[in-house]
Design a binder for this molecule. Sequence first.
Ligand code: NAI
Length: 678
Amino acid sequence: MSELASRAWRLDVTDDIAALTLDVPSQSANTLSATVLDELEQLLIQLEAEPLRGLMILSAKRAGFIAGADIREFEHIDDAAHATELAQRGQRVFARLAGLPFPSVAVVHGYCLGGGLELALACTYRVARDDGSTRLGLPEVRLGINPGFGGTVRLPPLVGVLPALDMMLSGRTVAARAARRIGLVDDAVPERHLRRAAIQLLRRRAARRRAPWLQRLLATAPLRPMVVKLLTRKLAAKANPDHYPAPYRILDLWARRANEDEEAASLGELLVSRTSRNLVHIFLLGERAKRAARTEPHQIEYVHVIGAGVMGADIALWAAHRGFRVSLQDQRPEILARAMKRAHDFYTKKHKDPRAVQETMDRLMPDLAGNGLRRADLVIEAIVEKLEPKRSLLGELERKVRPGTLIATNTSSIRIEDIASALSDPTRFVGLHFFNPVPKMQLVEIVRGAQSGETALARARAFTLALDRFPLDVKSSPGFLVNRILMPYLIEAVVMVEEGISPAHIDESARAFGMPMGPVELADTVGLDICLSVAEELAGPLNTPVPEALRRKVTDGKLGKKSGEGFYRWDVKGGSHGSSGAASSEAPVTERLVLRLLNEAVACLREGVVTHPDAVDLGMVYGTGFAPYLGGPMRYVAGLGETGVAHSLYRLAQEYGTRFSPDPGWSQPELFRPEVPT
Ligand code: NAI
């Protein structure tokens, strides 16, 4: 066989079995760039002519098989026809793979996503390493597109209509065993048997997998429209088609029995759409935040959390879940017992396997006496939100911890500097601001106090990354970034309730804009007492008076969901409220809510709470769920043009008062287009 000029692929032939191993240079994970696909095509052309028994496709990366297309390439594609052409090129390469005169097998470990899974689907067989890190899926929908390398055509006949559509519509990934159960892989075996299992499939020329008959029945002409109707209804409850067209397209492709050309054409259109552009923007911001956090090691194995309330208990359980050894301290044993039970329930739900639950529980220790302090590499303080108790606790614990121990506070509103002055070495002190509920919220604000040292900040970022969370650098200032931007939006909602607008209508308007939950429901969920204390904390520095309605509710003991009544009346068991909203979104309601939020975002940029508009987008999308299809507040402003937004604020200020006065930052173009990259 002639010498091959591939940089990404290595070819080995043993006896009559060829092995193509992908190892994309200078990347930790394999992605399918145009070059990688071209090289594969050349290799397949050469192999076609060889008298082989079979071909294995493997990855040399520890991280996994193939993580998908190279998403960074998406940003440079402006033209639907060009995107369609790229998809067709991929399809052509995979068709060649599927058409080889001998069988092929994908040998999968770790991530096998998007284009990576589509490559595996084009093989005759698939085997997967059976361990926790193997994940197979088609997550394209999360970037606002449909699979484009033949996935929509090949997946349903293999695993069946319902599992296939479930994977493609949700973007969910499946583990090795689940993949074997649905027939996505032919075998799931431990590492040491992986190659042998693959070679056996090739030698035996085993029959190809097909979906079970019931699933095939669902794809027949009489049943297909019923399946589509059912799934459309389910989708409508989750995603607004105007905001997120991709899942509807995927369903439509299946409904129409679309071929690969139609799949590619649909991909082309979606890829250049506003939604996909914005979802890719958000995705890349997250990736960049992770990359930046990887520059330094956290050197943390042991974490000691003080305060086992709402936040501390969850921070501790999540850290143990992510592999850290954790001790959790509080003042009374019953508080610790409650936290341990909560952790046990959480792990049981997560793992199902009792051994895995036990292993995780073994990493989490209740620690009434605070013995863990001496061993801790990181101490996280999450006690009551009061300055003096925090200061005295930290001053005392500093004497017990080792010199290299990183110390963090989860405070949401106290100045880091005010706490730091209780320490003799404040350079090792930072804010690690988690969001509630910790296991769900993907953001952690890394708060830089005036004294925080660079090493401490870098370790805090790296630790956050190890918790599988996005770290966001913020300056120590009232409300930091996310709560500060959210607060005027919540307050405006309460002002509207005071004016007599129904909470349900306000919430419906916000959801129609693209918020995951309306502001009034959010306030009831967080707890009106907590909202009031944050509002009071920010009232002075942000010059926003606290609405009387909020104070009154708290005085009356109406604290929201937890007390059974807030702005809504809550059915305590079901966790839902009775009132329903008007379906339409009236412009003034949405405009008032959103513009206050945007105005505060610009104030944060002007004051340097964060240094780049991208950081606002990252924080608000991952910290609050702000309409991802809009790409975050600043991306939204960029689409509207800042002059237009400032003008609308000016108009609202005349009608509703000075709280709408445009922030001086609106007339500083450098804030919106800074020269420094993120
Ligand atoms: P919480 O009131 O639920 O829990 C505080 C816990 O700390 C209690 O269990 C209490 O017994 C314990 N504690 C108090 N003093 C202690 C001491 N000296 N030693 C040991 N344990 C002590 O409070 P929550 O909501 O968990 O808040 C904790 C911190 O997290 C606060 O600083 C808060 O501002 C912040 N935070 C709260 C969020 C929320 O949504 N609840 C969100 C983000 C941050």
